[in-house]
Design a protein around this ligand. Structure first.
Ligand SMILES: [Zn+2]
Ligand SMILES: [Zn+2]
Length: 135
C-alpha cells in the first residue's frame, strides 16, 4: 500500500486497498495466502510525522502441522503505524503491514487444539477414526 504524502489533507484521509497477498508468501510451506488482503487506513499527517491507523483483513491458508490438512483462518487486526517522513512523496507501508501479519502467526499451526494427527505407520488421519495398526 502506497501513501501519497502530498495528497493528505489537514483533517486526514481515509484509504482503502485490496490486493493479492500471494507475493507475500514466506519461505514456508504451511502458510499461504490464496485470498486478497484488504487494508483500510486512516492517515493523518502532522508536519513530518505520519500516523496510519490501519485495519488489516485477510484470510490465511494454514497447513496443520499434525494432520497436514489445510484450513483457513481469518485475521482481522488493527495496527497503529508511525512514520517519520524524510522528504518522500510516496510512502510504501507494505512491509510494515506485512510485519503486523507475521507477528500474529501462531507458533504451532494446528487445525484444532486436539487434532489427533496422522498414524505414523499407515498415515491415516486419526481425526477420522482409529486405524487398525497396533499402537
Ligand atoms: Zn490437524
Ligand atoms: Zn495406522
Amino acid at each position: 500500500m502506497k501513501i501519497r504524502v502530498n495528497e493528505i489533507p489537514s483533517g486526514g484521509i481515509s484509504l482503502s486497498e485490496s490486493f493479492d497477498a500471494a507475493p507475500w508468501k514466506l519461505n514456508r510451506q504451511d502458510i499461504n495466502f490464496d485470498k486478497p488482503i484488504t487494508i483500510t487506513a486512516f492517515v493523518t499527517r502532522e508536519k513530518e510525522n505520519l500516523l496510519v491507523d490501519a485495519q488489516i483483513n485477510l484470510v490465511i491458508l494454514f497447513t496443520c502441522s499434525r494432520c497436514l490438512k489445510e484450513f483457513e483462518k481469518s485475521l482481522n487486526k488493527s495496527a497503529m503505524l508511525f512514520f517519520q517522513l524524510k522528504g518522500e512523496n510516496i510512502l510504501d507501508i507494505s512491509d510494515d503491514i506485512k510485519e503486523e501479519i507475521i507477528v500474529d502467526y501462531p507458533i504451532k499451526i494446528l487445525c484444532s487444539d486436539n487434532c489427533k494427527g496422522l498414524c505414523p505407520s499407515c498415515g491415516r488421519d486419526l481425526n477420522e477414526g482409529q486405524c487398525s495398526c497396533k499402537s
